[in-house]
Design a protein around this ligand. Sequence first.
Ligand SMILES: [Zn+2]
Length: 150
Amino acid sequence: MSVTQNTACISVQELFLGLLKNELTQQDAQQVSLHVAHCTHCNTQFENAKHVFYQTEADHISHSPVPEASERTKLLINIAWVFVIAGGFIIGVLLLWDLAVALWFDRSQPIWLRVSLALFYIGFAILFLVVLQQRLMARTSDAYSKMKNK
Ligand SMILES: [Zn+2]
């Protein structure tokens, strides 16, 4: 295992970017992988190149205008979720409440039905609060990360 830079190393290192970009032929890619696996020097070089490459990619992605659109989409999804949950909650309260109360106070109904109803409403209320809180928190942290990036 040599640590000196020979011509094989140089020609392999020239292919690093191509390999990272997935632009090499299978033969070239195999040659690079094989060399990197056996050459300590090139292995280090490749790790560095990989690091720089993904760092640049990440910078590129975070600065492209695409995430702006997806931020808007996320916000819309959050709003839609709140609407869906609120709508479901209103239906649950107004539409089913009368029925639930009637069943609850109807002493002829079996105890399991009344317990199930109570569980249903307790669970529904918890779910509503948790999801609503999550949605609101997601919105706040989105706005925060958006501001931080500016
Ligand atoms: Zn090498």
